[in-house]
Design a protein around this ligand. Structure first.
Ligand code: UDP
Ligand code: MG
Length: 320
């Protein structure tokens, strides 16, 4: 194919959708996507990754007969989590541009049109930024804000606030991410790490179309720790500083006591202060040990180089 011919070919867009127990939403999501792309000249494919769903998600996806697009269903061997499912989807996508999209219609498919338009004008990444978080609970809003602030303060990369996985990425960006060998994959961080010319567009995130969120406070906390330890060693440095400061304070206090004893003679020490000091110090030591342990654990798991996910089977159906 000559360059002129290839530039005439309509671009292929891959929509990557991780799905875990989404039987209630898939039908409407497919329809909305199909309607959206009906207005464009793009060719598109849907990569649905079944993240070990226990309901009929897989049957629904494989029995759907697309008429206007190509459907690839990647069935993982068990539940691996969204980050792994998304990685599997990105590797299976063959489009010139790739768009991860939640299965629950919280990422409105209509926005794809503007993303694609901006990409055609030269953006390599177009991220969708939530203009507010009113569809979230108070607790989630506060903890999210705290996470982004802390993360951006202590790590070398910058994750823009209120931006999720919903974005368009050029093939070059996707190739970069696919080539990263690490198997604990905090995608938001990897996306930001990859860089490239990025544009933002704002949107209002609607509530879930049906079903329940798959992330409770505990899992979000895990994801936050995962994110920080993946992209920063600042907590280790912090432990060193805290340890150093406490040691200096202890030396000063010790000197003070010796001097006081020399000058004023021996007085009766208070046990309460000794006990609370010991408790405080052992608390700090355990905290430090925990932080170090978190990093050692990560290194241990990475060193085994197990793949982040296992694929049971890939189903393909072309537009009829
Ligand atoms: N998801 C997944 N594996 C998981 C959790 C979620 O594949 O372990 C998918 C889920 O099916 C959905 C997307 O990730 O398509 C976002 O999940 P959810 O809507 O529960 O997250 P929230 O919108 O509450 O952040
Ligand atoms: Mg959701």
């Amino acid at each position: 194919m000559t360059a002129a011919e290839s530039s005439k070919r309509p671009p292929l867009i891959s929509v990557v959708m991780p799905a875990y127990n989404e039987e209630d939403t898939l039908g409407i999501t497919f329809q909305r996507l199909e309607q959206t792309f009906a207005d464009t000249s793009c060719e598109w494919e849907l990569i649905l990754v079944n993240d070990g769903s226990e309901d009929r998600t897989l049957q629904q996806a494989t029995s759907y007969r697309p008429t206007t697009f190509r459907m690839v269903v990647v069935d993982l061997s068990r539940h691996f989590g969204k980050e792994a499912a998304l990685s599997a989807g990105l590797r299976a996508a063959s489009g010139d541009a790739v768009i991860p999209l939640d299965a629950d219609l919280q990422d409105p498919p209509e926005l794809l049109l503007e993303m694609i338009a901006r990409w055609e004008k030269g953006a390599e990444v177009v991220v969708a930024k939530r203009s507010d978080r009113i569809s979230d609970s108070w607790g989630k809003r506060v903890s999210a804000r705290l996470f982004y602030r802390t993360f951006n303060m202590i790590s070398d990369i910058h994750i823009p606030e209120n931006v999720g996985d919903f974005r368009l990425m050029d093939r070059a960006v996707v190739d970069t991410i696919n080539d990263l060998p690490e198997n604990r994959r905090f995608m938001k961080g990897l996306f930001a790490w990859a860089g490239f010319r990025t544009e933002e567009m704002e949107y209002v995130r609607p509530a879930r179309a049906a079903g329940q969120t798959k992330f409770n406070a505990f899992r979000l906390m895990g994801l936050a720790v995962e994110g920080v330890t993946s992209f920063s060693t600042a907590p280790l440095r912090l432990v060193t500083y805290v340890g150093g400061s406490v040691a200096i304070a202890a030396i000063l206090y010790g000197t003070f006591i010796v001097m006081r004893t020399l000058v004023f003679g021996i007085d009766l020490p208070g046990f309460a202060s000794v006990v609370s000091l010991v408790a405080f110090l052992s608390g700090i030591q355990l905290l430090g040990l925990g932080v170090v342990g978190e990093y050692v654990g990560r290194t241990y798991i990475e060193s085994k180089s197990r793949p982040p996910y296992v694929i049971r089977k890939v189903y393909r159906s072309d537009a009829e």
